[in-house]
Design a protein around this ligand. Sequence first.
Ligand code: HEC
Length: 93
Amino acid sequence: MKKIVLTSIVVLATSTALMAGVNPGACKGCHGHAWEKKALGRSAIVANMTHKEIARVLIAYKTTKETDEMVMKTQVARYSNDALKAFAQTIGK
Ligand code: HEC
């Protein structure tokens, strides 16, 4: 437990520096306050995804051509891959 808390603090500190404004407030309308919702009735529940998986999909959305994924493309387009990776460490499991 202690280790988990410490890790979270380190991750938070690093991500705040790198994040350049990934603003989770903008996500929660669709994904829920605890990332517990299926966004627009069709996404996976992000709370159940691993950090690694989240990082991978967020970066992939930047270059997607899938119509269904355009909603997420517009959400992540402005962020660097590093910012998305760092942010992914703060959500999911
Ligand atoms: C307008 C509603 C909306 C907003 C705002 C939104 N999302 Fe999404 N999100 C979706 C939808 C819909 C999907 C599923 C898209 C698809 O078909 O791949 C999704 C998928 C995802 C996934 C992958 C889950 C899966 O299905 O594989 C992640 C992670 C995610 N969003 C994170 C975020 C983050 C982080 C933000 C804020 C920066 C955000 N979302 C903002 C609607 C939204």
